[in-house]
Structures are given as structure tokens and as C-alpha cells.
Design a protein. Sequence first.
Length: 61
Amino acid sequence: MAGEQFSLVWNSFPTNLSTGLYSLLSDEQLVDVTLAAEGKILRAHKLILSVCSSYFRDLFK
């Protein structure tokens, strides 16, 4: 088995990633932060907030 190489191709990766993340969030699975403002509560994923916002990225460091 030494020297063998394998290549994994997942053609629909972006779609599956987006759909999977949306599903996790809508089912509140693996959420790890709760935001509260103006009487509203939002459960979210630190990873997603950090990728989309330098403010949250710095906050969660």
C-alpha cells in the first residue's frame, strides 16, 4: 500500500456544505453561541459568525 495515492472528488461540495449548514442552524444543532439584542434571541455558530465578521472573529479569539 505504500506509495499509493488517492484523489477524492466531490462535485457538489459547495451545495452540500451550504445545505448542511442551513440544516444544522435551522434545527439548532451544534449551535455554540447565543446572541441577544432588543428582546430577541438568536442562536448561532461561532465559526460562521467568525468567517463573516472580523468583529466576531476578534471577539471569539
